[in-house]
Write a protein that binds this ligand. Structure first.
Ligand SMILES: [Zn+2]
Length: 252
C-alpha cells in the first residue's frame, strides 16, 4: 500500500480484526454484484469505499425517476443511463483506485458462470426469483460464497450461503425453486427507502468480513428485519437433504 492508501484505509487498518493484512485482502479481492438497485446501491458504495479492488456490477436496467427514492448510488442527471454505468461513475468519484466493471446485460448461462467462477464473493441484489436461483446454482457449481438479501415494503432479510462448504445450505434450501414464491416487485408493493439501505449495508458488511476472513458470518442463519416495528429476528437454516439445487454433488 502507498501513503495515500494507508491514509484512505487508516480507520480500517486501526481495527485489530482487519489491520494492514485484512485491508490488503480487500484490495486483492473481486466481488460480483448482481443488481445496481435498492440493495446494490449501498453494497456498491461500501465495497468501493472500503477498497475491494475489483467490483463487477451487472444490471440490464436504466435509471428511472422512481428509483431515486432509494437507489442512492444513482443521481438525477443519470436518469436514462444504464444503472451499471451510473453506479460506476459514482464509485469512481468516491474511490478512483477501485476497478469497477459495468455489465449492462441480464447475465445468465455461461456468461453468469464465468463471472461467478472469477469472483471471490457474489452479492445478490436482484429483484426476482429466476435471477436469484440462477445465481444460487452458479455459486453452488463454482463453490462461491453467496451473500443474499431482499427487501419489500418495510420487510428485509439477509443471509450468507457459504457454498465453499459442502454442508452449507443454499438459497433454494430456503426458497425451493419449485415453490409458490412469487416476485413482489417494488412497483406494485412499494418499498420503504431505508430498508433497502439496511439490508444492502448488512450484505456489504458480511461480504467484507468474508473477504477479510474475520468475525462470524450470517451463515446457516437468516436475519429478518421489520423496519415498521424495528424488530430483528434470526432464524436457523439447515441444508435440505432433498434440495434439487445443492443436495447432489456438484459436477467436477
Ligand atoms: Zn439447497
Amino acid at each position: 500500500m502507498n501513503d495515500e492508501q494507508l491514509l484512505r484505509y487508516s480507520r480500517h487498518i486501526l481495527l485489530p480484526e482487519i489491520g494492514i493484512e485484512g485491508q490488503q485482502r480487500l484490495l486483492g479481492s473481486h466481488a460480483l454484484l448482481i443488481g445496481a438497485g435498492g440493495l446494490g446501491s449501498p453494497i456498491a458504495l461500501y465495497l468501493a469505499s472500503a477498497g475491494v479492488g475489483r467490483i463487477t456490477i451487472c444490471d440490464d436496467d436504466t435509471v428511472d425517476l422512481t428509483n431515486l427514492q432509494r437507489q442512492i448510488v444513482h443521481r438525477t442527471e443519470s436518469i436514462g443511463e444504464p444503472k451499471a454505468h451510473s453506479a460506476r461513475v459514482t464509485l469512481g468519484s468516491i474511490n478512483p483506485q477501485v476497478e469497477v466493471i459495468a455489465v449492462t446485460e441480464r447475465v445468465s448461462g455461461e456468461r453468469l458462470h464465468a463471472l461467478v467462477a472469477d469472483s471471490d464473493v457474489v452479492l445478490d441484489g436482484s429483484d426476482n426469483f429466476a435471477t436469484r436461483h440462477a445465481v444460487n446454482r452458479a455459486c453452488i457449481r463454482h463453490r462461491k460464497p453467496l451473500v443474499s438479501g431482499a427487501a419489500v415494503r418495510f420487510d428485509g432479510q439477509v443471509s450468507v450461503f457459504d457454498l465453499r462448504r459442502v454442508d452449507a445450505p443454499c438459497y433454494a434450501c430456503l426458497f425451493p425453486e419449485a415453490g409458490e414464491n412469487e416476485d413482489t416487485p417494488c412497483a406494485i408493493m412499494g418499498v420503504f427507502a431505508p430498508i433497502t439501505g439496511i439490508v444492502g449495508t448488512i450484505q456489504s458488511a458480511e461480504a467484507l468480513k468474508l473477504l477479510i476472513g474475520t468475525g462470524e458470518l450470517l451463515a446457516g442463519r437468516v436475519l429478518l428485519i421489520d423496519a415498521l416495528t424495528m424488530q430483528l429476528r434470526t432464524i436457523g437454516l439447515r441444508k435440505d437433504a432433498a434440495c434439487p439445487a445443492c443436495a447432489k454433488k456438484p459436477p467436477d
